[in-house]
Design a protein around this ligand. Structure first.
Ligand code: BGP
Length: 467
């Protein structure tokens, strides 16, 4: 195990910062969508904007070697004309400086879903103009922070973001529109390649990657039908991000299928050249669960995700007409309250598959599990369930490293309790509890102290087992 392995934890700007209308920040699409629909929002989130020093100090005391966080576009760029907000830029200099002062390596995500509303008003990610504006934003970030930050990622989970916003419709802009899903996916992947190109042209002294919501695909049986469904599911879940970003070529069988039904003429030859020539240096994989797949049977497509919790088993349902169905009620599986399967083997297998196929360094940029926890009523949450979950997943990573994969870092999701998108604040992931009702008081959980030992012993205290 390399001494340079980056042990850390992760957050995202909208989910932890709060201060939604402070420091010259303009609204993101999440502010507008959540306010308009009267839903729980991130106006104050975990108050990290005001508590970042305390939070980074706790990371240091918790043995962290790295902190993965994102830059908020609406905090940094004020309008479509690209006017920079100096206060926003200063905030991130402060965060980065504080990390460096504490010996913590900043691991920066340029976009973790908080698109400025002024770009959403123009059609958001379905527009080429927004793709180009993103690259301009990235340029500002490189110029401002490029001397201090060595690890960059262009996007957090483009697949999850695009599918949730444009296909499932549970995230803003709340659509169920296949052509727009394809457009937004394409422009994000083009923006990724253009940003990698810019990064190299500017000669930034560092590495650049992309973060993917990785769902290794498994089949319910070994039949040919299931194998065909698995290939389609793998394209849907993984390949169109990973192949495109790493090999420089989207899965051609998927493009050919889509091309028969939809107008893809906005995808230009020059775009594919840029994608081909500008691939990432490393890949960030966020792992929560595998995707268990069975062949498509009948009916229309269904995209439903459990944002309610309380083991609403059967709430989640994904059927992609003519392609595959996803299984959420396997009798032999264990699920958390939000229908998320607990399956550490999938992380080992997933890393091995990705490494064999792509042969580039891997960081596990998110991994964790959610619980309902009473933070207000206790001094510290005794979250043995989380410790067990993290232990089994880190074990999977250690095994993958022993089996030859190049995994260079691991980030627990999340550093502290934070806003969980449509699930609100009840769905807690943090190593550090946040008492949202009581001045955002920080209360490190048992997992925080346990993870400190993991970081400090470079993984030696992990209880090992074989799959
Ligand atoms: C990932 C996102 C994170 C985070 C996490 C947990 O998809 O990158 O931002 O939210 O999942 O998901 P959720 O909060 O929906 O439970």
């Amino acid at each position: 195990m390399s001494e340079n392995f980056l042990w850390g934890s992760a957050t995202a700007s909208y989910q932890c910062e709060g201060a939604w209308d402070e420091g010259g920040r303009v609204p993101s699409l999440w502010d507008i969508y959540l306010h308009k629909n009267n839903l729980e929002h991130g106006d104050n989130a975990s108050n990290h904007y005001h508590c970042y020093k305390e939070d980074i100090r706790m990371m240091k005391e918790g043995g962290h070697k790295s902190y993965r966080f994102s830059l908020s576009w609406p905090r940094i760029i004020k309008n479509k004309e690209g006017e920079i907000n100096p206060e926003g830029v200063k905030f991130y200099h402060n965060i980065i400086d504080e990390c460096l002062k504490n010996g913590i390596e900043p691991f920066v995500t340029i976009f973790h879903w908080d698109l400025p509303q002024y770009w959403e008003d123009e059609g958001g990610w379905t527009k080429r103009e927004v793709c180009d504006a993103y690259v301009d934003f990235a340029k500002v970030c490189f110029q401002e922070f490029g001397q201090k930050v060595k690890y960059w990622t262009t996007f957090n989970e483009p697949r999850y973001y695009v599918f949730s916003g444009y296909l499932i419709g549970n995230y803003p802009p709340g659509l169920n529109d296949i052509p727009k899903t394809i457009e937004a996916s394409f422009y994000m992947m083009l923006a990724n390649a253009k940003t990698v190109q810019l990064f190299k042209r500017l000669g930034i002294n560092g590495k650049i990657g992309i973060v993917h919501s990785y769902s290794p695909v498994y089949g319910v049986d070994n039949s040919l039908e299931t194998k065909i469904a698995m290939r389609k599911a793998d394209n849907y879940f993984n390949n169109w991000i990973l192949d495109t970003a790493i090999i420089g070529e989207p899965p051609m069988d998927m493009l050919a299928t889509l091309n028969k039904k939809y107008d893809l003429s906005y995808m230009k030859e020059e775009d594919f050249n840029i994608i081909r020539e500008n691939t990432v240096d490393f890949i960030g994989l966020n792992y929560y669960a595998r995707a268990l797949i069975k062949p498509y049977t009948s009916g229309e497509s269904i995209f439903r995700i459990n944002n309610e919790g309380k083991k609403a088993k059967g709430t989640s349902k994904v059927v992609v007409k003519g392609w595959f169905e996803q299984v959420f009620d396997n009798p032999n599986s264990q699920y958390n309250e939000w229908d998320m399967e607990i399956f550490p083997e999938g992380l080992h297998e997933g890393i091995m598959r990705a490494y064999k196929k792509y042969r580039i360094p891997i960081y596990i940029t998110e991994n964790g599990t959610a619980f309902y926890e009473d933070v207000a009523g206790v001094d510290s949450v005794n979250d043995q369930g989380r410790i067990h979950f993290l232990n089994s997943h880190i074990n999977a990573i250690l095994q993958a490293i022993e089996d030859g994969a190049e995994v260079l870092g691991y980030y627990v999701w999340s550093t502290m309790d934070l806003y969980s998108w449509k699930n609100g604040y009840e769905k807690r992931y943090g190593l550090i509890g946040v008492d949202f009702e009581n001045n955002y008081e920080r209360k490190p959980k048992a997992s925080y102290y346990w993870y400190k030992k993991v970081c400090e012993t470079n993984g030696d205290i992990i209880e090992r087992s074989n799959f």
